[in-house]
Ligand binder design. Structure first.
Ligand code: GRF
Length: 182
């Protein structure tokens, strides 16, 4: 029975693409059953469409505090794992119970540094640079009710260069994300 995953995204979907590419080159043996976007018009949904992967848009605007329940409705009994790939909403309620230890997330820093509330996207990398950290990286971890706090699965590092800004560091960390998430 093929291992089935749902991928949740909020942005360009380069982490989704790294999963698609790993399946296509045979290094990842699973099926992307569905992609769930957190809003219209994100390129992650285009990447799904190109590959003929079923996709849904579950936005906080439309579903409010029912967002996690709606995601559970779509995924319950359909997938073995939920993968948050650049997904920016916090999941809660029964979804976390029914998929305990079956939701993973990629965070663009070395947890427990530079993570938790307010640390997402470029803010993470700006904080790394402002602090003067010499090493950063990315973390894949299990998701629980706190942001970026579940057990760590895999990490890898990048050097922070003296002339880095948030954009150049983000680009280097994104390459690590694309290798450790698959
Ligand atoms: C990545 O830095 C990811 O870690 C963060 O969102 C950024 C964009 O991810 N959560 P993607 O290109 O949409 O996969």
């Amino acid at each position: 029975m093929l291992f089935k995953i749902a991928v949740l995204a909020s942005g360009g979907g380069t982490n989704l693409q790294s999963i698609i590419d790993s399946i296509d080159n045979g290094s990842l043996n699973c099926k992307i059953e569905m992609v769930i976007g957190s809003k219209e018009g994100i390129y992650a949904l285009e990447r799904a469409k190109i590959k003929g992967i079923k996709s849904y848009i579950i936005s906080k605007e439309k579903y409010g505090n029912k967002t996690s329940d709606k995601i559970l409705e779509l995924t319950k009994g359909k997938v073995d794992l939920i993968v948050l790939a650049g997904y920016l909403s916090i999941l809660e309620g029964n979804l976390l119970k029914e998929f305990k230890d079956k939701i993973i997330n990629i965070h663009p820093s070395l947890i427990p540094s530079f993570c938790g509330d307010g640390f997402y996207g470029e803010k993470v990398h700006q904080a790394v640079i402002d602090y003067g950290a010499k090493v950063s990286g990315a973390t894949v971890h299990f998701v629980n009710e706190e942001a970026d706090a579940g057990p760590i699965i895999m990490q890898d590092t990048v050097k922070v260069m003296d002339d880095d800004d948030a954009k150049t560091l983000a680009k280097r960390v994104l390459e690590v994300e694309h290798t450790i998430l698959p």
